[in-house]
Design a protein around this ligand. Sequence first.
Ligand code: SF4
Ligand code: SF4
Length: 325
Amino acid sequence: MSGSPNSASEAAPAPASPAAAVEPSAEPLNVLIVGVGGQGVIMVSKVLALLAQAQGFQVKQSEVHGMAKRGGAVFSHVRFGRQVWSPTIPKGEADILIALEWAEGLRWLPYLKPETGIFICDTKRIVPPFACLNRRPGAPLRYSRETPADVISQVGEGYAIDATQMAEELGNERAANVVLLGALSTALRFPAADWEQTVAKFVPKKTVSVNLDAFRRGRAWIEEARVVTPAVESRAAEAPAPADPAYRVRLDIVAAWCKSCDICVKICPERCLRLNAERIAELAEPEKCTGCRLCEWLCPDFAIRVHLEDISAMAADAASEGAPR
Ligand code: SF4
Ligand code: SF4
């Protein structure tokens, strides 16, 4: 990876970064956005398509929703340029691959241009239920073993970014897709102000502020990573490795969103959920929960979030905090 910082705004001087060189000229520019249902893949693609159109390009967009259910694969092709004929990106022809989920990013890597493609991937891992090898809490998961450093070394330019964590820190986990939009914005010469105006059109009014913060956070992260190349390497190496860590499950249930439908209670294979006295879902027997995510996927009101916390990473953090300075 190499390159110089891209300017925070429009008329950036031609930088040496491969990312900054990505520009729709004679050939259309191909951006592939992938993730799983409920992550906001389509929103990212619509923002990009609308912005490119507003900049005077011809745009073609195609999308596939994973069986219209959260948890299914979702991808969107966006192509723009002076003249675009086909809406789909052939294998090996994507200039940029934006992945909102780690394993989905790896799955689509063959679509990236081998020498010059830019890979921007959230390290967020959404482990499907069938990846649980057995029902023992903390059991190993059948999931991608590649580390961010492994993957980044194979692409023209790559960034493993903990967008979900950044969005959580800003107070809205759902803004992770906008963190990635901020990252994407550094690879295209569209004015930052135009990006922000377009983002603001696509998010609920009351979340405009947090989404713009998320956009700026993603943008700043990539710009900093480009300036200090060694930091990119070390950040990638530090990012959580998608191996088979022992993990601890944490469930967040937003009481205000729970409509007491009882679906999660009925579908939980471990029978560890129940409705409390106020008829709000709660985790009654946390020690039984395997983190299979069925409750998160099937809650019609998005009231449940399942977090798999890497116990070994938490222990390492605790040890480093306790170490003498
Ligand atoms: S499925 Fe969702 S809305 Fe229904 S009880 Fe469970 S948490 Fe509440
Ligand atoms: S509470 Fe949710 S994540 Fe845990 S076992 Fe039940 S359905 Fe799976």
